[in-house]
Ligand binder design. Structure first.
Ligand SMILES: [Cu+2]
Length: 150
């Protein structure tokens, strides 16, 4: 049964806020980035680099404008989807930003484990500049809640 448009958007906003809180909680533990485990759900998502990690930031975070993730599941396992947005994401131990610059197109494997909690880019690959992406997030529209200052 399709949900009305407004509540779905509201749920997406709530989800984004919840994820930002998760990322912040994970960041507050400090130290080096933990690896995601087998319990994590994984999503392959494409996007555009908005900002590279700040030199001293721990954990390192990549700010990405990503395409929608229609299969995204919330903490209960319900598939709620995630709209295209700009978000700062922790980089896992195996994800390297070497050779990347703002504006570059990438494909990322996003690992999400609500039980730890953990949201991180597990793998990152550069895509050809000619790759067509569907990015609805406004340019420069970094969600401040998802991009905490530290
Ligand atoms: Cu997102």
């Amino acid at each position: 049964m399709p949900l009305p448009r407004q509540p779905l958007r509201a749920r997406a906003a709530l989800l984004a806020a919840a994820l930002a809180a998760l990322a912040l909680a994970a960041a507050c533990r400090g130290g080096s980035a933990p690896a995601a485990g087998a319990a994590a759900r994984r999503y392959t998502v494409r996007g555009e680099v908005v900002a590279l990690p700040r030199p001293q930031a721990k954990p390192a975070q990549l700010t990405l404008r990503h395409e929608a993730i229609p299969g995204f599941a919330d903490a209960t396992g319900a598939v709620v989807g995630m709209p295209s947005m700009v978000m700062a994401l922790d980089l896992g131990p195996a994800a390297s930003t070497a050779g990347l610059a703002p504006g570059d197109k990438v494909e990322a494997v996003l690992a999400v484990d609500f039980s730890r909690p953990l949201v991180q880019i597990e793998r990152l690959d550069k895509l050809p500049a000619s790759t067509a992406l569907r990015l609805d997030a406004p340019p420069g529209g970094v969600d401040e809640a998802a991009h905490p200052s530290r």
